[in-house]
Design a binder for this molecule. Structure first.
Ligand SMILES: [Mn+2]
Length: 345
């Protein structure tokens, strides 16, 4: 058996996670706030797999999926927390994150529920295991790939919706196969999914080419707020609240991608004010620079090359703090050359 759980081998911990799934009758799938394509794609796939095994499955998230993923939300019932009692369940599966606090207001109710807790995730795990079982592999390009492995291990063939879910996970977390987490498994599984009927070009157009006429102008306004630090090695953009006091609604991947395209830039920081006194940091690295460490310094985390945090404070102060920490990080890292060994998304 491969201790790392790579290839076809499973770790003992992963086998225990499969047992938890086999033994469950009523399952609630949940995930992080503002669920991304990987989170909801993995949920779509796992809900179909478990339903095929005769289990009763509910998805319950802190927030609804983005409209760009409506081809999944038409097929799956993505329940959104209304503050009420949890559905009856004997197993909770937390996907694409590993801390209950990431489920927002649901966290307390899940913690109090007398149910088994399972984590399915590819992020760096917190030091203390609070879960009963975890299907975890930090080398997996997406959580959806872990669900693909789970389906294989449980002997369930992916149906059309599950296949589209895994494909969605894969392409959103690898930046359509261009980030450094893209590996042979990503292409192998993508190839299988395409053979089974997934249409990549149609999905690309559906996810990325239905934006509003305002979108390019909004990106333009945001890019006007770009500042470089550390001789151009660090780029910062900040998004203040919109005029109506609400958080600016912007698909930030475009902005992050564009800033990373600058030759001198190694680290990109995006600070989005989500309400007065609360900001969200998105941090990306294209070298060995570890933005997971940077985000952890602000109570967040994620991957070595893509992390985030929620930070209290006025936007200007938050920007100054993250830039100071970001610049200081250059002294502690071996950054300089693009690395091929770390992950994204
Ligand atoms: Mn992910």
């Amino acid at each position: 058996m491969d201790k790392n759980g790579q290839g076809t081998g499973l770790t003992d911990a992963q086998r225990e996670a499969l047992d938890a799934l086999r033994g469950a009758r009523r399952v609630v799938l949940t995930g992080h706030e503002r669920p991304d394509g990987d989170c909801i794609g993995a949920q779509a796939a796992l809900s179909r797999v478990l339903t095929a095994l005769g289990k009763h499955v509910r998805i319950l998230n802190p927030d609804p999926p983005e409209g760009q993923f409506d081809y999944l939300s038409r097929e799956c019932d993505y329940g959104v927390d209304d503050g009420g009692a949890l559905p009856e369940h004997d197993l909770v599966v937390l996907l694409d994150c590993s801390e209950l606090s990431r489920t927002g207001a649901l966290a307390n109710r899940f913690a109090e529920a007398d149910s088994l807790k399972l984590v399915v995730d590819h992020h760096v795990l917190p030091p203390e295991a609070w879960w009963d079982a975890a299907f975890h592999d930090v080398s997996a390009a997406a959580t959806g790939l872990l669900v693909y492995r789970i389906a294989g291990a449980l002997g369930v063939a992916l149906d059309e919706v599950a296949a589209r879910g895994v494909f969605t996970s894969l392409v959103t977390d690898t930046g359509w196969f261009k980030y450094s987490n893209t590996d042979a498994e990503s292409f192998r599984v993508a190839g299988e999914l395409v053979e089974s009927g997934v249409h990549p070009a149609d999905l690309f157009a559906t996810i990325y080419q239905r934006r509003s006429e305002d979108h390019p102008r909004l990106v333009g306004r945001v890019l006007d707020r770009l500042h470089y630090h550390a001789d151009g090695r660090l780029a910062l953009v900040d998004l203040p609240l919109a005029a109506d006091g609400r958080a600016m609604d912007l698909e930030t991947d475009d902005v992050l991608d564009l800033l990373r395209s600058v030759e001198t830039v190694e680290v990109v920081l995006l600070v989005r004010e989500i309400e007065k006194g609360i900001c969200k940091l998105s941090a990306r690295s294209k070298t060995d620079y570890n933005v997971n460490e940077l985000a952890r310094g602000f109570g967040g985390g994620g991957h070595v090359k893509a992390s985030g945090a929620t930070i209290r404070g006025q936007r200007e102060d938050v920007c100054a703090r993250v830039v100071a920490a970001g610049v200081a990080g250059f002294d502690n890292s071996r950054s300089g050359k693009p690395s091929t060994s770390e992950r994204q998304g």
